[in-house]
Design a protein around this ligand. Structure first.
Ligand code: 7TS
Length: 423
């Protein structure tokens, strides 16, 4: 396909000592060899969930075949082995996020559970009537609804940072929202519907100047860029393993130790206690206080394999290469008449949302699927974003480091086909 506006198709990455050999990387992902409706699979739904490298699949198999046991309780060989691997993964996550201590890493089901934990534990303890939580106009429902639930429970109020028509937050408006009543700021690092990378460092700095803690929803950032929670100085950071090439049902909540220590447990049960009598229960230390019941042990260990895999490639290389894929896809799709890209922020990561004049996004998704191209069409669990842009839904292509320029060409040809059918 001809390059649009001089943007050339990405060919993997070779800058200085950084090499990202996409053809070789694709060999690690068995699912990418599949055909769908007789066409090679082009998987552009990575924001929903990403594919798993063989090493993650093998790790899950090995765990169940040779190590399966409950953790933190048995004194037998397998239990000690499983416990060691589980806790070693906590250390891996600590290094991955550059947290200062591994007890700041809590295993949860995913970003959604991480945010709910903070809302129900931190929020229920520290919010009172009239207090405010500040979120942004581009949040996923997972970073809206838990706060609405908290607001209803304690009589607090939700305040929303508006955005401009490119999908960038209005930071002046943000500053004006912060005040004596603000108890917490909770914003997405990267928007799943628009791809905007928010200036999270500045957002945190402004809040901290007023002693307001900040939670960062990192669901769409952790798989695409290096995250350093100490450098950001965020108070909480949540992400999902399944978007980071790991298993479903496992995720991470990072929290500064002093916050986690001050928070009451989120759920009661096994492992989160140190002593139980019918009169009183003493809670375990962090992070175990927040990990009630038998956790997703296999998921944690699988997540460890995913983190090793991604770290082996290097997130700086991933970010640079995906930037090329996004620039190429943006340029190519922009050549199609009647196509409007929703989300034109200057800083974007790996998400390309668009609408076609006169065609419902679901019809785009259906035609693309027949061509083997997997995208998501809908509101992306960010209905207020759709309302802001006056569209019922968008078609969304979202990329990972195993995607190629040739795949973008397949997408563009398939979108042209949509116009032939419906245009
Ligand atoms: N926050 C953001 C920014 C997200 O993109 C998602 C999932 C979540 C939170 C929730 O993550 P979970 O793993 O707990 O479900 N986003 C999407 C998406 O864009 N399409 O499917 C899921």
């Amino acid at each position: 396909m001809k390059p649009a506006q001089g943007v050339i198709a990405p060919q993997g990455l070779r800058t200085g000592r950084t090499v990202l050999d996409v053809a070789r990387i694709r060999e690690d992902f068995p699912i990418l060899k599949q055909q769908v409706h007789g066409k090679p699979l082009v998987y552009f739904d990575n924001a929903a969930t990403s594919q798993k490298p063989q090493v993650v699949i093998d790790t899950l198999n090995r765990y169940y075949a040779t190590e399966n046991a409950n953790i933190h309780r048995g004194i037998h060989f397998l239990s000690e082995l499983a416990t060691a691997e589980y806790e070693e993964t906590r250390n891996k996550v600590k290094r991955f996020l550059n947290a200062s201590e591994s007890r700041e890493i809590v295993f949860v089901r995913g970003t959604t559970e991480g945010i709910n934990l903070v809302a129900q534990s931190y929020g229920r303890r520290f919010f009172k009537e009239g207090d405010e939580v500040v979120i942004s106009a581009m949040e996923h429902h997972s970073n809206i609804v838990p706060w609405q639930m908290l607001c209803e429970q304690v009589g607090a109020r939700l305040r929303v940072i508006p955005m401009n028509h490119d999908g960038e937050l209005l930071l002046d408006e943000y500053e004006r929202l912060l005040g004596a009543r603000t108890k917490l700021v909770s914003v997405a690092h990267v928007s799943n519907a628009l791809g905007t990378i928010n200036p999270i460092g500045r957002i945190i700095e402004s809040a901290h100047r007023r002693n307001i803690p900040v939670l960062v929803d990192g669901a769409q950032a952790a798989p695409h860029m290096k995250v350093d929670v100490q450098e950001l100085d965020c108070d909480f950071y949540a992400f999902s393993g399944h978007k980071l090439f790991g298993p479903t049902g496992i995720g991470v909540l990072y929290g500064k130790a002093r916050h986690l220590e001050a928070m009451p447990p989120y759920q009661g049960g096994g492992d989160m206690i140190s002593l139980v009598t019918f009169e009183k229960t003493h809670y375990n230390i962090i992070p175990y206080k927040f990990e009630a019941g038998t956790p997703h042990i296999a998921g944690v260990i699988g997540l460890g394999a995913a983190i090793d895999y991604v770290s082996g490639i290097g997130l700086d290389a991933v970010a640079a290469y995906e930037g090329e894929v996004l620039a190429y896809a943006t340029a190519q799709l922009s050549t199609i008449q009647g196509l409007r890209i929703i989300g034109r922020a200057k800083e974007k990561a790996s998400v390309l949302s668009f609408v076609l004049e006169g065609v419902h996004p679901h019809d785009i998704g259906t035609v693309l699927d027949r061509e083997g191209v997997a995208i998501r069409a809908g509101h992306h669990c960010a209905m207020p974003v759709m309302q802001r842009f006056g569209v019922p839904a968008t078609a969304r292509a979202s990329f990972a480091f195993y995607n190629t320029g040739e795949e973008v060409d397949v997408l563009v040809r398939a979108v042209r086909k949509v116009l032939k059918v419906f245009g």
